[in-house]
Ligand binder design. Structure first.
Ligand code: ADP
Ligand code: MG
Length: 628
């Protein structure tokens, strides 16, 4: 039997994400559980891999199946491509197995041409809507399929707004939008050389190819590399009937989470815009309203949406991130997926889901990405305060945690200010080994130069101290103790806050909260302890490290590098003496000085490590296991 490449939404389900992509599988699943989803079909990820295998071509077999599914879709929706009575307009949407938000391309209102738009304008008695759809379609198609830069069209819109003396897109009239559509088509012809395509099927194939092609665009490639998503997976393409959020003030579009993705609080969070479509909410063309205001604008649709949220959470047993549109006060669901969340929210949600009976303790533990927990072992910004803050700059998140304090420019100042009871952030062009004491005294470190492996970054991570490195936007004047960032000059003593997990730098004070394995974190770790089969040993080089690790629950020392015991001022002198000794006798003398330090350190290790073995690394190569 020939391979199947297309699936109606009614033919798929949530378990088919490898074939249908996350978006397609969930559109099918939402259809199956009876939610209002504009219907359509998904072209599988295998069609995408085949497209690449065939040298970036859609082969005749797949083409025939797509045509067959257009007919099926026309039957399901009762509308037809290019029809003057009842035209079918669709969106063409990418959707990989793993969610890659905003990385690939989407085209809306496909199927429009000069005749269809005229008829649509007349029949609906809403020419503004018809022309708004058309100009959006030309704009997106030109950008995504033909790669005519967005900016040319945006410039034309800005010009039109200026001419008409209006500020927002929604204030443009049907006539203005019609004029814009004509200007767009002229722009298209000038850039491409041909007329804008009028045949909806030709438009569709162009769009499908563009989505396949977008799998290989630079930003998608970078995202995949950062998130360990294999190139070989390919993306699916969803062809979906349009729901129109731009027909007037009883329409709108929005995005929402079933719970707060920053804190995990069980409270719907989201935004929506009336008389808008697609990316308007995220693109920032107008300021969206909080989702709760929908209750006043569209009470019935809002009530229905609240129910849908509940149905989806009960179905997926996890927090959902959804996209929806309201057409003439009727709700349509366009997307759902498990929502991305902060580490703190992940814990809150996992614990709540167990309490609510959605997850077992074991499942809750598996929901947590261990990589994110690192940030929770360090001080963090108070979540509420952080929400209100906007970063003024960004460097590399070199060592996790959050810090807030007064700017100082040298290690000596850091120590002196600390001794005077102040909290400081040490800001340096770059740090060197002499800065270590200053780094210790500071709440956090910010450097202008250096990457993730720079001195500041490595040392800060070792200390468990927050560090943002390599913020090249800073204009530094160490000598005069000041720097400029984002147009503002900061002097010694000014307050800044930095986030070593994200690299964000903030003006002023954002309060931090200390790491504690208590609350939700404690609960989850308690559950993890029940199920784990590995013992956890720490990497500790000094008694202070060992003590901290013990507090955080370590059961032994896995690696102890003895050289780090000798970094402190009094010890390093003896160590240098040993290295520089010219004779064996001199070396013996130096070793005698070192011995008591080392002995006393190991005494302390033994005190808490009990009978657990300690592996000690001497120098850089040899590791010996000590049982003490
Ligand atoms: P992304 O993966 O970047 O989120 P989407 O495919 O979800 O891209 O499309 C972006 C937006 O376009 C959606 O959030 C929705 O607002 C709009 N959209 C997509 N398909 C439709 C449709 N059939 N009807 C109305 N709006 C749509
Ligand atoms: Mg989306």
């Amino acid at each position: 039997m020939a391979k199947k490449y297309c699936y109606l939404f009614t033919e798929g389900n949530a378990n088919m994400r490898e074939l249908l992509g996350g978006k397609g599988a969930n559109l099918a699943e939402m259809t199956n559980i009876g939610l209002p989803v504009p219907q359509g079909f998904t072209i599988s990820t295998e069609a995408c891999t085949q497209y690449y295998e065939d040298g970036r071509q859609i082969n005749p077999e797949i083409m025939a199946e797509i045509n067959e599914y257009i007919v099926k879709m026309e039957e399901v929706t009762g509308k037809k491509f290019g029809d003057l009575e009842n035209p079918l307009l669709v969106s063409v949407r990418s959707g990989a197995r793993a969610s890659m938000p905003g990385m690939m391309d989407t085209i809306l209102n496909l199927g429009l041409n000069e005749q269809v738009v005229e008829v649509m304008a007349k029949k609906s008695n809403n020419p503004r809507w018809a022309w708004d759809c058309y100009r959006r379609f030309i704009q997106m198609y030109s950008d995504v399929v033909m790669e005519v830069g967005k900016k040319y069209f945006e410039e034309l819109i800005d010009k039109m707004k200026e001419e008409k003396g209006v500020k927002q897109d929604v204030e443009l009239t049907a006539e203005d939008l019609k004029e814009l559509a004509n200007q767009f088509k002229a722009e298209y012809k000038a850039k491409i050389g041909n007329d804008f395509p009028t045949d909806p099927k030709e438009q569709l194939i162009g769009a499908v190819k563009a989505v396949f092609r977008s799998w290989d665009n630079p930003r998608a490639n970078v995202y995949r590399r950062d998130n360990d998503i294999p190139y070989s997976w390919g993306t699916a393409v969803n062809v979906q009937a349009m729901a129109f959020g731009n027909m007037g003030d009883n329409c709108g579009t929005g995005v929402a989470f079933t719970r707060d993705p920053a804190t995990g609080e069980k409270k719907m969070m989201g935004e929506f815009l009336t008389n808008a479509q697609g990316e308007d909410v995220v693109a920032g063309v107008r300021t969206p309203m909080p989702i709760q205001e929908m209750a006043n604008k569209f009470p019935a649709a809002y009530e229905q949406f609240v129910k849908v949220c509940e149905i989806l959470e009960n179905h997926y047993h996890d927090m959902q991130d959804m996209e929806f549109t309201i057409e003439n006060e009727k709700l349509y669901m366009l997307q759902t997926r498990n929502g991305k969340r902060t580490a703190q929210a992940a814990l809150q949600i996992a614990v709540d889901l167990v309490k609510e009976g959605h997850k077992t303790e074991q499942e809750a533990v598996l929901m947590i990405d261990p990589r994110n927990l690192d940030t929770l072992l360090h001080p963090q910004f108070d979540a509420k305060a952080l929400k209100a803050a906007t970063p003024m700059g960004k460097g590399l998140g070199a060592s996790p945690g959050a810090a807030c304090g007064q700017v100082v420019f040298s290690a000596e100042d850091a120590e002196a200010w600390k001794n005077a009871g102040k909290k400081v952030i040490l800001v340096r062009l770059e740090t060197s080994p002499e800065d270590i004491t200053g780094m210790k005294a500071a709440q956090g470190i910010l450097t202008v130069r250096g990457g993730m492996t720079s001195h500041a970054a490595v040392v800060a991570r070792g200390m468990g101290k927050c560090c943002v490195s390599g913020c090249g936007d800073i204009a530094m004047d160490e000598e005069n103790k000041k720097f400029t960032l984002n147009g503002k000059t900061y002097y010694e003593g000014d307050y800044i806050s930095i986030n070593g997990s994200t690299g964000a730098i903030y003006d002023g004070i954002i309060p931090t909260v200390d790491a504690e394995i208590s609350g939700n974190f404690g609960t989850i770790m308690g559950w993890a302890d029940k199920f784990r089969t590995l013992k956890v040993r720490t990497n500790a080089d000094t008694p202070a490290d060992a003590k901290k690790a013990r507090e955080l629950g370590a059961e032994g020392i896995g690696l102890c590098r003895t050289e780090h015991m000798f970094f402190e001022a009094d010890r390093i002198a003896a160590f240098r003496e040993m290295i520089c000794a010219d004779t064996a006798a001199e070396r013996e003398v130096a070793l005698e000085k070192i011995l008591p330090y080392q002995q006393s350190d190991f005494e302390i290790f033994r005190l808490w490590a009990c009978h657990a073995p300690i592996s000690v690394r001497v120098g850089t190569r040899s590791t010996v296991r000590l049982s003490i």
